[in-house]
Design a protein around this ligand. Structure first.
Ligand SMILES: *[C@@H]1O[C@H](CO)[C@@H](O)[C@H](O)[C@H]1NC(C)=O
Ligand SMILES: *[C@@H]1O[C@H](CO)[C@@H](O)[C@H](O)[C@H]1NC(C)=O
Ligand SMILES: *[C@@H]1O[C@H](CO)[C@@H](O)[C@H](O)[C@H]1NC(C)=O
Length: 508
């Protein structure tokens, strides 16, 4: 009786103390860091302990947050030039992602964090490699995945059979819905390429997993589960998506849309000078930021002059995030090396956001209902831009050619035609209409995965079937066999009768 009470007490104490969750941010990009922080923060607020392996270590982490410094991984990106289409393609990206993943597991601080501590759950981000499966496997803890993009072929296949193939264009297939015949063919070809690529790479992914995580499992004294069983053993997938802007799709109940989760609800107050500029611009403000992409060194003098010329002609205030000063600034243009983006987008006088169309900026514009002029440069930006244009939220300008002329036309149209502003506002209303706050979703599903030891009840059952069973080919085979048998029998009967009747005829 006494021991029962003690056990019960221990259980209560341990569940009240919160869980210890390992989160990994291993992609050398500040927007990916922002995304992982969007998961870490609500977990801390809910009273859990978090260990965060990150490339951007904070000096003074919050209470209950332990930082593991993996900043040396930034080295891996120094030879990558995402802006040079001749040197950057999906092959380069995958090799980079693989080296980064292996480098991550092999660093001493990361190994120490994995081997000497026990976590209740592991959160990783999908980035062109399945190697991260090993972290949860050697911890024998539920694996929670964050997908920084909307669901796409490579992440959908981890959670379910790929249901979207015939109805929803993939991330890199820029097509309207419904797709026509050739657009659907393009979708199928993309899926074929992803599938074949996975087949081809499977042996090397498996051997990477065994060679990097094998020693860690041995040091923890646990067997290393086979790669076939671990790489899709995902309990929960958080997806940076929402049906207000990404097409609604069938997805299993352990795939959770949380777009907007990286944005702090309490929009910070604007700095006094910017607040004053914006308040005194009731005719409207244009906010121009290419993130960290557009460096002054990349803009020719001619382009700089051209842009300032366009802005000078407009009866609006322009806030331009740009890292250096420019001389000869028109009096309606203000330049700062840093701008509080969300606070500016939230200001009611903001009329247009000129952006590179990165997913986070696109989502921020959606949240605050600001139409965009998008100048996509690389990666997912061209696709994001096209989709925003197709939704009536944005216009596009070409970064590489005729930038200034195209921007002039697009800006005039965006400011003259009310429809973009109205569409941005109505889409924003849809985007913000949620029954449950994203931070609540995050803590709920992480805790659920831990309490239920893997949220198996929410997982799709498609993994229990072979591909031909899912496509019902075996059933089709049975139907065809029956039809063939019927036809064969019918033919035999007909032949039998016709030969009988011809025989009777002969006999007559
Ligand atoms: C830190 O974690 C402990 C135990 O998990 C919890 O009781 C406490 O409330 C947390 N502190 C904060 C500031 O969240
Ligand atoms: C405004 O833009 C919308 C969407 O592009 C277009 O359908 C409409 O014709 C435009 N209106 C005018 C007056 O140009
Ligand atoms: C699959 O995940 C569950 C928890 O979600 C874990 O207990 C189990 O060990 C994992 N299986 C393998 C083969 O890694």
């Amino acid at each position: 009786m006494m021991t029962m009470k003690v056990l019960l007490l221990m259980f209560l104490v341990s569940s009240a103390a919160g869980y210890h969750i390992l989160c990994l941010h291993t992609t050398p990009s500040s927007s990916h860091y922002q995304l992982m922080r969007g998961i870490v923060n609500p977990l801390l607020e809910a009273g859990h302990q978090v260990t965060l392996i990150t490339l951007f270590p904070e000096k003074k982490p919050a209470t209950n947050l332990t930082i593991v410094d993996a900043s040396h991984l930034i080295e891996y990106s120094k030879d990558i030039d995402v802006m040079d289409p001749d040197k950057f393609d999906i092959g380069v990206l995958k090799t980079f992602a693989r080296n980064l993943a292996i480098g991550g597991v092999e660093s001493a601080a990361v190994r120490e964090a994995i081997v000497n501590h026990q976590y209740d759950a592991v959160v990783t981000e999908w980035f062109f490699s399945d190697l991260h499966a090993g972290f949860a496997a050697v911890q024998q803890a539920p694996w929670i995945m964050l997908s920084g993009a909307v669901l796409h072929l490579s992440t959908e296949r981890l959670m379910d059979s790929v249901r979207s193939l015939s109805t929803i264009p993939d991330m890199f297939n820029i097509a309207p819905i419904p797709m026509n015949f050739w657009q659907r063919i393009a979708n199928s070809i993309m899926y074929l390429v992803v599938t074949v690529d996975n087949w081809i790479n499977f042996p090397s992914a498996k051997s990477d997993y065994e060679s990097t995580f094998g020693p860690l499992a041995a040091r923890r004294g646990v067997p290393l589960a086979p790669f076939e069983e671990v790489y899709n053993n995902i309990s929960i997938m958080f997806v940076n998506s929402h049906p207000s802007y990404a097409p609604a799709r069938s997805q299993p109940p352990n795939v959770i849309d949380i777009a907007g989760f990286h944005i702090d609800d309490n929009t910070p107050a604007l700095p006094k000078d910017i607040q004053a500029i914006m308040d005194s611009s009731p005719q409207g403000v244009i906010y121009f930021s290419m993130g960290s992409i557009m460096k002054s060194t990349m803009l020719t003098e001619e382009r700089k002059r051209g842009l300032l010329q366009i802005f000078a002609e407009l009866p609006y205030t322009v806030l331009w995030k740009f890292e250096t000063e420019l001389d000869g600034l028109p009096k309606n243009v203000y330049i700062r090396p840093w701008m509080p983006q969300n606070s500016i987008l939230a200001h009611p006088n903001t009329k247009v956001f000129i952006t590179h169309g990165g997913l986070l900026s696109t989502i921020e514009a959606l949240k605050y209902g600001v139409p965009m002029l998008i100048i996509p440069v690389y990666g997912d930006q061209p696709g994001n831009a096209r989709r925003s244009v197709m939704s009536g939220l944005a216009l596009e300008a070409n970064f590489y050619e005729n930038l200034v002329a195209e921007m002039r036309v697009a800006l005039k149209e965006l400011l003259a035609n009310e429809s973009y502003y109205k569409t941005a506002k109505s889409t924003s209303a849809l985007f913000n209409e949620r029954p449950v706050h994203t931070s609540k979703l995050i803590t709920h599903y992480v805790e659920l995965a831990i309490k239920t030891k893997g949220a198996y009840h929410l997982r799709s059952k498609t993994k229990l079937y072979a591909w031909y069973e899912l496509m019902m080919l075996d059933q089709l085979f049975l139907v065809l066999a029956i039809l063939y048998l019927l036809k064969y029998t019918a033919q035999r009967i007909i032949r039998l009768f016709s030969s009988k009747s011809s025989r009777t005829k002969k006999n007559q």
